[in-house]
Design a protein. Structure first.
Length: 311
C-alpha cells in the first residue's frame, strides 16, 4: 500500500531531480514476472528508486542488511518491498540471515513478482563493474531446481554526476531470457561461474554514460529559473548542508538528498499554504504561489543560472 502511494510522488520528484532521463528498450518496463532483475550499483538506494519507479508492476529488491538494524527501519523498508541481505563486512554472525533473503526471493518469484538484485554486492560511485557476488546465481539455480519459470533481465544505470541535483540518467534494459540459458551445467560451481561471466560481459557492454542534455534557453525560462533559484535557495541550502554532513565520506549523498527533498518539500509547501491562509491571502493567490514553486523548481534545474560542478 505504502509502495503504491509513494510511486507517483517519487516519479514527480524524479522529474525535478533528474533533468534528462534516457531509457533504452523501455518496452520491457511492462514485462510481467517472475523476473530476476539484475543491475549494477553506482549510486546506493537511488538506483533502486529510479529502476523501480519505471516498472508498471511492483518491484521487490534486496538491500544491504545494515539498513534494517533498527526495528522501525525494518518495518518501513519492508513496506517499501525491501528484503535484507548481508555481506561479510557487516558481520559473519549475520550471514545465516541470508537464507531468509533467498527463501523470500524465491517465494516472490513463485508468485510472479519482479525481484531486483544488485549483483556486485557493493555500491561505489563508479560505472566500473566490481567483482560479482554469488547471490543472483544462487537464486537462479534454486529457482531452476524448484521449476519456477524465471526470466533474467539486466538493468544498466548510469549518471552524469553523483553529487548534483538536476542530473542526467541513462537506464538500459536487456531482453528477458529464461534462466536455463545461463545455467547449462549440472554442477552448481560451474553454473555460478558461467552465470556471472555471461552477466558481467553483457552488463558491461550496456553501461554507457548518459548523453548531455541540451536545452533551449529562452528569456521566459531564464526568468522562471531565476525565480525558482531564489525561491528555493534558503530551503535547499539548509537541506543540502545537512545531507552533506550526514553522508560525508559515504556513497549515500544522492539517495539521502533525494529522500529528504521528497518528504520535506511537500511539508514545506503545506506549511507555506497554512501560513498564507492564516494571514488571509486570497485563495486564488495562494494557489498561484504554491503552484509556482514546483514549476519554477522544474525549470531552474534545467536552465541553471549558476551551473554546478560535477563531483
Amino acid at each position: 500500500m505504502i509502495y503504491a502511494l509513494l510511486k507517483l510522488p517519487i516519479r514527480l520528484a524524479l522529474s525535478i531531480f533528474c533533468v534528462d532521463f534516457q531509457t533504452v528498450h523501455s518496452r520491457f518496463f511492462r514485462e510481467k514476472g517472475p523476473i530476476l532483475l539484475i543491475a549494477n550499483h553506482p549510486n546506493s538506494f537511488l538506483d533502486a528508486i529510479i529502476i523501480a519507479a519505471q516498472f508498471r508492476d511492483p518491484v521487490y529488491f534486496l538491500a544491504r542488511g545494515d539498513a534494517f538494524h533498527k526495528p522501525w527501519h525494518r518495518f518501513l523498508l519492508n513496506l517499501l518491498h525491501m528484503v535484507p541481505i548481508y555481506r561479510l563486512s557487516e558481520g559473519r554472525e549475520n550471514l545465516h540471515l541470508n537464507e531468509y533473503a533467498f527463501t523470500k526471493s524465491l517465494e516472490l518469484l513463485a508468485e510472479g513478482k519482479i525481484v531486483l538484485i544488485f549483483i556486485e554486492g557493493i555500491c561505489l560511485n563508479t560505472h566500473e563493474l566490481q567483482p560479482f557476488k554469488k547471490g543472483a546465481a544462487r537464486i537462479s539455480i534454486m529457482a531452476k531446481q524448484q521449476k519456477i519459470p524465471v526470466q533474467v533481465m539486466l538493468a544498466a544505470i548510469s549518471y552524469n554526476s553523483f553529487k548534483q541535483i538536476g542530473k542526467e540518467v541513462r537506464l538500459e534494459l536487456s531482453e528477458p531470457l529464461p534462466i536455463n540459458q545461463q545455467l547449462p551445467y549440472e554442477q552448481d560451481v560451474q553454473n555460478i561461474r558461467n552465470f556471472n561471466e555471461l552477466i558481467f560481459n553483457q552488463l558491461k557492454s550496456m553501461i554507457q554514460l548518459p548523453p548531455k542534455a541540451e536545452h533551449r534557453k529562452k528569456d521566459i525560462f531564464l526568468l522562471l529559473s531565476i525565480i525558482g533559484y531564489f525561491l528555493h535557495l534558503p530551503l535547499y541550502s539548509i537541506i543540502q548542508k545537512w545531507v552533506f554532513q550526514k553522508t560525508r565520506k559515504t556513497v549515500f549523498y544522492d539517495s539521502v538528498l533525494f529522500a529528504a527533498l521528497l518528504f520535506i518539500y511537500p511539508l514545506y509547501l503545506l506549511l507555506l499554504l497554512l501560513f498564507l491562509f492564516i494571514i488571509h491571502v486570497p485563495l486564488l493567490l495562494i494557489a498561484l504561489i504554491i503552484l509556482i514553486h514546483p514549476i519554477t523548481a522544474w525549470v531552474a534545474v534545467r536552465y541553471k543560472i549558476k551551473p554546478e560542478t560535477s563531483l
